[in-house]
Each structure stands twice: as C-alpha cells, then as structure tokens.
Design a protein around this ligand. Structure first.
Ligand code: CTP
Length: 420
C-alpha cells in the first residue's frame, strides 16, 4: 500500500523527557517517507535534544521561542499551525497534556496547539505514576472528548527503573498513527452549541456499569464470643470500590468486619461469615464486573456452640472444620449469573505466580491479582501492595505502590478489559 505521507506537512512538537531523542528518529522516518517536517522544541525539550540536531534533521529552522520577532515576522504561530496537515506532539509530557486540556497558552508549543484548526495526534511519555495519576487520566479523557488522537504509551521498563505504561511509542508506531490520522477525517472542532449537550466532566470509563466488590476478612464463629479470622484489613478492596465509584460505576461493596468507612456513594452490605458473604453477593447480582478481593475463611467450625464454651467443662475443646463455599468459584462457574468480567485475588506466601495461574483455571475467573502476603511483605494490613496480573494472556507485574494507586490502576485496566 502506498504511503499517504509524500508531500504532507507535519508540525511536530517535541516536549521534554528522556524520550525526546525518539522525536529525532521520528523526523528521519517521516522525511524518508516524503513528508515535510517542521518542528517546535519546547524549553523542556531543549534540555534533552539540541535545536541544532532538530533543525539538521528537518532541514528547516527550529522554532523554540514564542516571542522571537524573527519567527513571528517570517511565520506567526497561527500560520504555522494552519499551514500543517497534522500536528504531532511527541513526546507529550504530563505538563503538555495538562496545558492542552486546560487551553493554557504560555509558550510557542501550547499557543500553537490552541490556535490550530487541524487534527492533533499526541504520543505521551512519562513516568508510570504520572500516567496513572487521576489528574493525567482526566486530562486525557478531556482531550479525547476534544477530538485529539492518541498513540501509546506502551508498557515496559522505564528510564526511571519502574515498569508499566508510560513509554513513548516507537517511531514507526507513531508513523503508522500519523498515516491513520491523515487518512481519517480532518478535525473540525465542534461548535459550542453542540458541546454544551455533552458532559463537561471527562468521560467516566465505568459509567452505567454495576461493579460488585467483596472485601475484608470473614469471621467464622466458634461460639457467640469467639471466632476464626485472618489479618485482612479490607484496605485494598475498599480502595477498589472507591476507584470504581470515581470511574463512574454503581458500586456494591460486600464487606466482612473491618475498621474502615465505606466510601460515600458506595452501597455497603456488611456481613460476618463466608456463607453470609455468598448470600449477599448473590443478592447483589446482576453485575457487569465482580472483583473478589475478600480474604474469605476457607473453613468454619462444623457445630459452632450456641453458648459460650466454658473452660474446664469438657477439657480442652477440639473442633472439626468444614469447608466454606467458594464465593468466587460459585459465581464464576454459574453461566446464568456470571458477570462478564470476574476478577479474583490470590493471596500467597510462596510460589505466588504459579499458584495464581492454577487458581485462575480452577476458579474460572478472567483475571487474578496475585500478591505476596508473607509476613515479610507487610501487605496484609499494610498500606502498600505489589501485584502480579495473571490472565490467559500472560503475567504482568506492577511496581510496589500504595493500595490506592493499585486500585486506580486496576480499575483503569479492568475498564479497558470490559471494553468500557
Ligand atoms: N475466595 C472466595 N471464597 C472462598 C475462598 C476464596 O471467594 N471461600 C476468593 C477470594 O476472594 C480470592 C480468591 O478466591 O479472590 C482466592 O482466594 P485465596 O484465599 O487466595 O484462595 P483459596 O481459595 O483459599 O485457595 P488456597 O487455599 O489454595 O490458597
């Protein structure tokens, strides 16, 4: 297929960041395919690549300063953006995205991006936490609503040593996205009268979905005053419920006994035992997405006493245990009631990923979030978590994050899987 690029005029904004060097390669790839490239280098970009190397590759002068009189005389920033067939921002930093989303125009790059009537394609690159931050995600949702096209970011090892989404797409991936953008309809901003009908808030990826979350431990009575329990604090499940709510979902949180307040707006169903939890989950169905984060007790005492067991009456008591229902497996294997996305957790103290893979198959869920809950990990009851996402597609390991950040990243991931 012949390329659409020969003769096309691309205005490339190179933002700051370690990935700026890929902007140079992008210029080469575009020019060898016959496109004309004019480049704006932001001040932050100049810290990573030099104006001289940019201009050597574009074969043009490089535009760096809004208030340069010569540039203004030769070509004003408005003409520069109008003169292009497509504006490309690569790498697009969190700062540039924020400016674009807010309409800030305080340097040549942001002014040009605000003044354009052409389609804009952005290739973001930033640290994984900056990418996952709700402020950045809000800005992206706003920009998509404004008609801006995106390519990437890719998942992978970052220059800062962390792993996750945030890597700039490869130059050839950006070239392909440019070709697609040029082949598609030209961007015409919607008139204000039309936009007033659309929500001003960024699109909420889980709007209209019912998300069911189980959280916390269960308490299995031995007698009216004693019970079997575990160290689960419920923090991760509560954070997931809050993140799903923030993403626009209706959320039902079926929770064992914890010392946490349910996020306002979430429907809390408090339970004590595994059997009560199963009943509450069944009552809460149908749901579009179910996330089983509870640390359900595997066993209960077969014949819990109705009265407090008194010391010395019959020597040291012994209990026989019976297995509790597996809530996750019950729902995941029930074709009629199964939510379209079922997510389980696997709390393990050893061979974390291997056990999680076995659980994925055994329990019939779509995704297992596996974590190490050995005492050394500090996860049980602690504020941080390091999770592995295990699914039929493979295993993805996320960096150690606080439980709120894990919850937000997880909800964003799940929204993508649910096709929201
Ligand atoms: N789970 C459940 N009902 C149970 C036990 C577990 O819904 N009775 C769910 C948990 O909420 C979690 C997943 O199953 O999402 C795995 O829980 P985990 O305790 O790690 O697994 P177990 O089934 O107890 O398996 P094992 O004893 O092999 O660790």
């Amino acid at each position: 297929m012949s390329s659409i690029l020969p003769g096309k005029r691309i205005l490339l904004v190179i933002g700051g960041g370690i990935a700026a060097y890929k902007g140079l390669e992008l210029i080469r790839r575009l020019r060898e395919r016959g496109a004309d490239v004019r480049a704006i280098l932001t001040k932050a970009g100049e810290a990573f690549v030099t104006p001289l190397s940019v201009s050597a590759l574009t074969g043009d002068k490089v535009y760096t300063d809004l208030f340069s009189l010569t540039d203004e005389a030769e070509m004003g920033h408005i003409e520069m953006s109008r003169d292009a067939d497509l504006l490309v921002v690569a790498p697009a930093t969190a700062d540039l995205l924020a400016k674009m989303a807010q309409g800030v125009a305080n340097d040549l790059a942001s002014t040009t991006l605000l003044a354009t009537d052409k389609k804009v394609l952005v290739a973001p690159a930033m640290n994984v936490r900056m990418w996952l931050h709700p402020a950045t995600q809000r800005n992206i949702a706003q920009l998509k609503q404004d008609g801006v096209a995106f390519v990437g970011p890719n998942d992978g090892e970052m220059a800062c040593g962390e792993y996750g989404p945030g890597r700039l797409s490869e130059p050839l991936e950006i070239v392909a996205a440019i070709e697609r953008a040029l082949a598609g309809p030209t961007f015409i901003p919607l008139p204000v009268s039309v936009r007033l009908d659309t929500p001003l808030l960024p699109a909420l990826p889980l709007a209209g979905k019912h998300v069911l979350v189980t959280a916390g431990p269960t308490h299995e009575p031995i007698d009216p005053v004693r019970y079997i329990a575990n160290r689960s604090s419920g923090k991760q499940g509560y954070a997931i419920a809050a993140a799903a709510l923030a993403a626009g979902a209706r959320v039902t949180l079926v929770s064992g006994p914890v010392a946490l307040l349910a996020p306002p707006g979430v429907k809390l169903v408090p339970v004590e035992t595994a059997r009560e939890m199963l009943e509450a989950v069944e009552e809460a169905l149908p749901a579009d997405i179910a996330i089983f984060s509870a640390a359900v007790a595997d066993w209960r005492v077969a014949d819990a006493g109705a009265q407090k067991i008194k010391k010395g009456e019959a020597g040291t008591p012994s209990f026989s245990l019976v297995e509790n229902p597996d809530i996750l497996a019950t729902i995941a294997h029930d074709a009629a009631r199964r939510p379209s996305l079922v997510v389980g957790f696997a709390a393990e103290t050893e061979h974390v990923v291997e056990h999680a893979k076995a659980k994925l198959a055994r329990k019939g869920c779509d995704l297992i979030i596996a974590n190490d809950v050995s005492p050394e990990s500090g996860v049980m009851g602690g504020d941080r978590n390091r999770v592995h996402l295990v699914s039929a597609r493979g295993v993805e390991t996320w960096p150690d994050m606080d439980k709120d950040a894990v919850a937000r990243a997880l909800v964003a991931h799940i929204a993508k899987l649910a096709g929201a």
